[in-house]
Design a protein around this ligand. Structure first.
Ligand SMILES: Cc1ncc(COP(=O)(O)O)c(C=O)c1O
Length: 409
């Protein structure tokens, strides 16, 4: 028997043991779109798929504050030894204060640094399963596609609640309250703190108050995902939801991402926050989170978290960062206005105000999967099949051609 054939047979043998029992997972629609976009050589192609900020030149720049923090870090760093599973205490303190503000019940809040917002979502879902195996998590329709996967992989139950009213592009608040009113005590409610992905439709402050009252009355635990602080109405304003819930409720878990608001996507920087009824219970929850981190990835990556710590603790750098973030926020808001106005000009009809009412980078523009394919094939415009567009992916000169293409399909 030739050596080659023997190897082939051994492969077969191993395959039976495990590998051939694996199914090919479905493609991640957003990542697949990115790959297709990169392989498209048509000039003028437009990528509104992946959720990253782009400036007027279509670039995702490194913040000047991040560059300066990197120089400082390079000069100061003396070791690359391990951090701890809970991460860098300096980062944790700074990010907790950025999110929860000065009036927070700090004695009941604990922070664990994580690899991005996704890392936080995962260890928090595991924590929920540890405390209440299989507990039901109520998620908005629609929500970021990864939420479903995170919840089901953690062996939690999943139920959906009405969120977007497609006729108005606003939150179907009555529908949402109605359905959450039927949730069982002890259930978890997933909420996006601001700049809802994929709809851009956020709750107003009074609505957050009403949600907090409902959660309190029914004994439900909020699981807040805050991935776009600073992209909606401003840094403080975008944290109002979390602060309001923290001021009122005994318990809450929050997944936080620094990917977008510090522009450090690939550095994998985020945080998991727990709010517990007492400081002792907060300590216990944080110790469990650190244990889950230790099992999963042992320690979070340090580079991005060090940059965030340096920026937030240096008044001058912090100001530079805030100004840069504010310029991005106002840039996206201006694009929203321009897009609404372009639709208005083309159709000569109102009804596009939802684009300016919505917050953050995303909006659902109500087109079908087939129309999304036509946009890609006929116009080299890449948008997710569910009709989500990343408005920050548009350059000013692309607004009108984009609006015309949408009207054409
Ligand atoms: C709603 C939401 N949550 C969490 C994340 C995860 O962010 P990260 O890249 O920090 O893991 C994203 C990223 O797109 C998001 O849109």
């Amino acid at each position: 028997m030739s050596g080659r054939r023997r190897t082939h047979e051994r492969e077969q043998e191993f395959a039976v043991a495990m590998m051939d029992r694996l199914e090919m997972p479905a493609d991640d629609k957003i990542l697949k779109l990115s790959i297709m976009f990169n392989g498209d050589d048509r000039p003028g192609k437009i990528d509104l798929g992946i959720g990253v900020y782009r400036n007027a030149r279509g670039e995702t720049p490194i913040f000047a504050a991040v560059r300066q923090a990197e120089e400082k870090l390079f000069a100061q760093e003396t070791t690359k030894t391990y951090v701890t599973p809970a991460g860098d205490p300096g980062f944790c303190a700074a990010i907790q204060s950025l999110v929860f503000g000065d009036d927070a019940p700090d004695e009941r809040i604990r922070t664990v640094q994580t690899p991005g917002g996704a890392g936080a979502l995962n260890i928090l879902a595991e924590l929920a399963n540890l405390a209440s195996p299989g507990v039901t998590v109520h998620v908005p329709i629609p929500t970021w596609i990864n939420h479903h996967a995170v919840i089901t992989e953690a062996r939690l139950g999943l139920r959906e609640y009405r969120y977007l009213d497609p006729r108005t592009g606003q939150v179907d608040f009555d529908g949402m309250m109605d359905q959450l009113g039927n949730a069982e005590p002890g259930d978890i409610v997933l909420l996006q703190g601001c700049c809802h992905n994929p709809t851009g439709a956020d709750l107003g402050l009074e609505q957050w108050q009403a949600v907090a009252a409902l959660l309190e009355a029914r004994g439900l635990l909020p699981f807040v995902d805050l991935a776009y602080q600073g992209f909606g109405d401003g840094l403080e304003e975008d944290a109002a939801s979390v602060r309001l819930l923290a001021g009122r409720l005994p318990e809450m878990i929050v997944a936080y991402s620094c990917s977008k608001n510090f522009g450090i996507y690939r550095e994998r920087t985020g945080a998991a926050f727990v709010l517990a009824p007492t400081p002792a219970l907060a300590d216990r929850a944080a110790a469990q989170l650190a244990r889950l981190a230790r099992i999963t990835y042992s320690m979070p990556p340090d580079h991005g978290a060090s940059l965030v710590r340096i920026i937030l603790n240096d008044p001058a750098l912090r100001q530079i960062w805030k100004d840069e973030l504010e310029a991005m926020r106002t840039g996206v808001t201006a694009l929203r206005r321009e897009l609404a106005s372009a639709f208005h000009q083309i159709t000569n009809r109102s009804g596009h105000e939802f684009l300016t009412d919505q917050k953050g980078m995303f909006s659902l523009i109500g087109i079908s999967a087939d129309q999304a394919v036509r946009l890609r094939e006929e116009f080299a415009i890449y948008i997710v099949e569910d009709g989500r567009i990343n408005i920050a992916g548009l350059r000013g000169d692309q607004v009108m051609p984009f609006a015309k293409a949408i009207c054409a399909v």
